[in-house]
Design a protein around this ligand. Sequence first.
Ligand code: SF4
Length: 56
Amino acid sequence: MSVKRNPNYSIRCSVESCANHCGGEAYCSLESVSIGTHEADPTVQECTDCQSFVRK
Ligand code: SF4
């Protein structure tokens, strides 16, 4: 059973397999997140990553 955390309504997120997800609602529970890329020259959405992701 997953732990419910307080949602940060400024950070929408649907990645429920992340330990930082609030659970129940589609929001992150962190105060802020870091976004980055794994590409040398990012061109589309899929090139970007949430670097605050932590596997549940
Ligand atoms: S850390 Fe990133 S991936 Fe994880 S819940 Fe927050 S926004 Fe989503």
